[in-house]
Design a protein around this ligand. Structure first.
Ligand code: ATP
Ligand code: MG
Length: 561
C-alpha cells in the first residue's frame, strides 16, 4: 500500500484527492486527444502513458479522441498512424471519438449562446480585432459589433454556416470580458470560416469550431472526469471553465482540466509541425524514418513498446519543463533488448583472416547459445571454415598490453570457436592490412570439454565464415541534430542544426542463421550493438537498422552521481 502512495505523481494525487472529496470511482474517465496533423512522437508517449496508465490504475475507460477541427492540416492517414502507434505501445482505448462527431451539438450550443447574448458575429478584419485586444497590462476595447442584436447574430451565424461568406470575413466570438487580465477571455473566437473539405465531414461544414470551444465541450459530452493537457494550456483553463458553465448540467460529471509539463528530448524536436518540416524538406525519409523521435520511427529503429513505456515511467510527470537526455531513452531500449534479443555475429568492417592449418574445403558447424540472459532462446549452429572475416579494428600488427584483441604473435578466442594465434599479415601497396594469417589450436573448441577448450585467453572476437556469410545493408545512425536543444535558439532556426552525417549505410556480413530474419526482428550483434530488420528488406537483400550501441553511457553517468 505504502509503495503505491509513494509512487503517486501529482496528477495521480489530483485524482486521489477527488476520490476522497466524493467522486465515485466509476465516474472516472480519461482521454488522449491527439490532433491528426502528424505522427505521434516521444512527447506524446508521456501523455499516452499518463492517461492510459490512469485508466489501468483505476480501471476507468480512456477514449482516444481525435481533435480534428482544422481540415487544412488533418488527414485520415494521420488518424490511421496514430491508432497504430497507440495500439503498438500496448494500450486499448474504450471508444474512438472525433471532435467532428460533435460539430452539430457544438453548433446548437453556439446558437444557444447567441440567444443568451453570450456570443456575437464579428466581421472586422483580424488585424482590427488584434488591435482591440489590448495588452496584458491594458484592457481591450469592445468591437463595434459587440452589441449586435440576437436576431442579427443568429442570421449572420446561419449565413456563415451556409457558406455565404468568404474565409476570414466573419467569426463568432464569445462575449466575455474585454477587460479581463487573462487575454484569452477577451471575447475569444469560437468559430471561423474555412472552405475546406474535412477528412470525415467532407463539405458538410464550412465553419469550424476553435480548440477552446471544442475541447472542454467534447470532454463534457464524453463525460471525461479529468482532462490532462500540457502547461501551455494553463491560461486556457479559465476559458475552458467558462465554456463549460454555459452548458453544464449539475447532474452530470463536470470535467476538470489540469496541466503537466511537456516532455522534451535532447538532440531532437518534439513538435509535429517541426517534424513535418523535416519530412516535407526530405531531411529524413518520411515520418517513420528511424532517426525521427516519432513512435513509428522508434519502432523502425528497433525500439520495443516496453522500452518506451519504461522510459516514460522513469521520467514521470512533471510540473516544469526540462530537457531529457536522449541517452536515457537509449538506456531503456538497451536494457530491454539485452533481455530479449538473441545474440548473433555480424562483421561490419571486414578484414580477411586465413587459418593456415585448417584444411582447405573443410567446414564444421559450431553450437552457439542464443542468449546468456534467456535459456529459452535456445541454441543455433554457426559455420566455421578456413577463411573468416573479423572486424578490422580487432587486429593490429603491434599493440601494447591493454589491447586484448588480436596482434601478431598474440592469441584470442573466436567466439563459440577456437583459439587462434596471429602469425603474419599481408598489406596492399598503400600499406593497408588486407589479410591476416593465423594458426588455430584444434583441441581448443568451445564446449568440447578438453583442457584446451577451457584455456583462458584475454580476448574474444566475433567473426563470420566468408563462404557462408550473408552480405547485408546496414544503416548506422547518429543524432539528427548537432545541438542539444535545436529549437530553443532565439537567433537561429532549428533547421540550421541538422547533423549532415546522421545516416551512414555500409555493407556488413552476417552469419547465415539470419537468412530468414523477419521485418522488425531484433538482434544483438555481439560486441557491436542492437540491430533490427528494416521493412526495406527484400528477398535478396537484408537491411538492418542499428538501434543502439552496447555501451552504457547513461548508467556510467548515474553511477558517478
Ligand atoms: P505538437 O506540437 O507536437 O503538435 P500538440 O500538443 O499540438 O503537440 P496534440 O496532438 O494536440 O499535439 O497532443 C495530444 C496530447 O499530447 C495533448 O494532450 C498534448 O498536451 C500532449 N502532448 C503533446 N506533446 C507533448 C509532449 N512533448 N510532452 C507531453 N505531452 C505532450
Ligand atoms: Mg496541437
Amino acid at each position: 500500500m505504502e509503495e503505491t502512495t509513494k509512487s503517486l505523481n501529482f496528477i495521480e494525487q489530483i485524482v486521489e484527492e477527488d476520490l476522497q472529496k466524493g467522486y465515485s470511482k466509476d465516474e472516472l474517465r480519461f482521454r488522449f486527444p491527439p490532433e491528426p496533423n502528424g505522427y505521434l512522437h516521444i512527447g506524446h508517449a508521456s501523455s499516452i502513458c499518463l492517461n492510459f496508465g490512469l485508466g489501468l490504475r483505476y480501471d476507468a475507460p480512456v477514449n482516444l479522441r481525435f481533435d480534428d477541427t482544422n481540415p487544412a492540416k488533418e488527414e485520415q492517414a494521420f488518424v490511421d498512424a496514430i491508432k497504430r502507434d497507440v495500439e503498438w505501445l500496448g494500450f486499448k482505448w474504450d471508444t474512438e471519438r472525433y471532435a467532428s462527431d460533435y460539430f452539430q451539438q457544438l453548433y446548437d450550443w453556439a446558437v444557444e449562446l447567441i440567444k443568451k447574448g453570450k456570443a456575437y458575429v464579428d466581421n472586422q478584419s483580424s488585424e482590427e480585432m488584434a488591435r482591440q485586444k489590448g495588452t496584458p497590462t491594458e484592457p481591450g476595447t469592445a468591437s463595434p459589433n459587440r452589441e449586435r442584436s440576437v436576431e442579427e447574430n443568429l442570421a449572420l451565424f446561419e449565413a456563415m454556416k451556409n457558406g455565404e461568406f468568404e474565409e476570414g470575413s466573419h467569426v463568432l466570438r464569445a462575449k466575455i470580458d474585454m477587460g479581463s487580465s487573462n487575454m484569452l477571455m477577451r471575447d475569444p473566437i469560437m468559430y471561423r470560416i474555412l472552405h475546406k473539405a474535412h477528412h470525415r465531414t467532407n463539405t458538410d461544414w464550412c465553419i469550424y469550431p476553435m480548440y477552446d470551444w471544442t475541447h472542454g465541450e467534447s470532454d463534457y459530452i464524453e463525460q471525461v472526469s479529468h482532462s490532462f493537457c500540457t502547461l501551455e494550456f494553463a491560461m486556457h483553463r479559465e476559458l475552458y471553465d467558462w465554456f463549460l458553465d454555459q452548458v453544464y448540467d449539475v447532474n452530470k460529471t463536470r470535467p476538470k482540466q489540469r496541466e503537466f509539463a511537456r516532455r522534451n528530448l535532447s538532440h531532437t524536436v518534439v513538435s509535429k509541425r517541426k517534424l513535418a518540416q523535416l519530412v516535407e524538406q526530405n531531411v529524413v525519409n518520411g515520418w517513420d524514418d528511424p532517426r525521427m523521435p516519432t513512435i513509428s520511427g522508434l519502432r523502425r529503429r528497433g525500439y520495443t513498446p516496453e522500452s518506451i513505456r519504461n522510459f516514460a515511467d522513469t521520467i514521470g510527470i512533471a510540473k516544469r519543463e526540462n530537457l531529457i537526455d536522449v541517452s536515457l531513452l537509449e538506456f531503456h531500449v538497451r536494457e530491454h533488448l539485452n533481455k530479449i534479443t538473441p545474440r548473433v555475429m555480424g562483421v561490419l568492417d571486414p578484414l580477411k583472416l586465413v587459418i593456415t592449418n585448417y584444411p582447405e574445403g573443410e567446414e564444421e558447424w559450431l553450437e552457439a547459445e542464443n542468449s546468456p540472459e534467456d535459456e529459452a532462446l535456445g541454441y543455433r549452429e554457426i559455420p566455421f571454415s578456413r577463411e573468416l572475416y573479423i572486424e578490422k579494428d580487432d587486429f593490429k600488427e603491434e599493440a601494447n598490453k591493454k589491447f586484448f584483441r588480436l596482434k601478431l604473435g598474440g592469441e584470442v578466442r573466436l567466439k563459440n570457436g577456437y583459439i587462434i594465434k596471429a602469425e603474419s599479415c599481408t598489406k596492399d601497396t598503400d600499406g593497408n592490412i588486407i589479410e591476416v594469417q593465423c594458426t588455430y589450436d584444434p583441441k581448443s573448441r568451445s564446449g568440447s570439454g578438453t583442457p584446451e577448450s577451457l584455456r583462458r585467453v584475454k580476448g574474444t572476437l566475433h567473426w563470420v565464415s566468408i563462404k557462408h556469410a550473408i552480405p547485408a545493408k546496414i544503416r548506422l545512425y547518429d543524432r539528427l541534430f548537432l545541438d542539444e536543444s535545436p529549437d530553443t535558439h532565439k537567433d537561429k532556426d532549428f533547421m540550421e542544426f541538422i547533423n549532415p552525417n546522421s545516416l551512414e549505410v555500409i555493407t556488413g556480413y552476417v552469419e547465415p542463421s539470419l537468412k530468414d530474419a523477419k521485418v522488425e526482428e531484433r538482434f544483438q550483434f555481439q560486441r557491436m550493438g542492437y540491430f533490427c530488420v528494416d521493412p526495406d528488406t527484400t528477398s535478396d537483400t537484408l537491411v538492418f537498422n542499428k538501434t543502439v550501441g552496447l555501451r552504457d553511457s547513461w548508467a556510467k553517468i548515474q553511477q558517478k552521481n
